[in-house]
Ligand binder design. Structure first.
Ligand code: ZN
Length: 115
């Protein structure tokens, strides 16, 4: 059975969330505390979808590049140099107090090389 590590961001328990609202049901992992999450994986193959989600969540990439979450305000905005993953890409914040979504503005896509 797929097992999720604790959150790489805050260390809290992480759970599977099943989203049955879309056209294609999907599963993703979400921290119970800070709410960071993986990308959704289509769950037509329920068991392997959870395996895949766990693989994404538990990956080394997630430790260094935690999933981006929409900051609620200045108190949890990202600082310059923060590393996140979003929509399958890695991003570095260009600015302090960054509340923008990566890919919109305020972030540079990290495309390779040793981090
Ligand atoms: Zn967390």
């Amino acid at each position: 059975m797929a097992k999720l590590n604790n959150c790489p961001h805050c260390g809290s328990e992480t759970v599977f969330i099943e989203n049955k609202q879309g056209l294609v049901p999907a599963v993703f992992a979400q921290c119970t505390n800070c709410k960071i999450q993986t990308q959704p994986v289509p769950s037509s193959l329920d068991y392997s979808a959870k395996d895949r989600v766990a693989e994404i969540w538990n990956s080394e990439n997630a430790k260094e590049w935690p999933a981006w979450i929409q900051p609620l305000g200045a108190h949890d905005a990202y600082s310059k140099g923060s590393k996140v993953s979003h929509k399958g890409k890695n991003w570095i914040s260009n600015i302090d107090a960054n509340v923008w979504e990566p890919g919109v503005t305020g972030w540079t896509e990290f495309t390779g090389g040793a981090a």
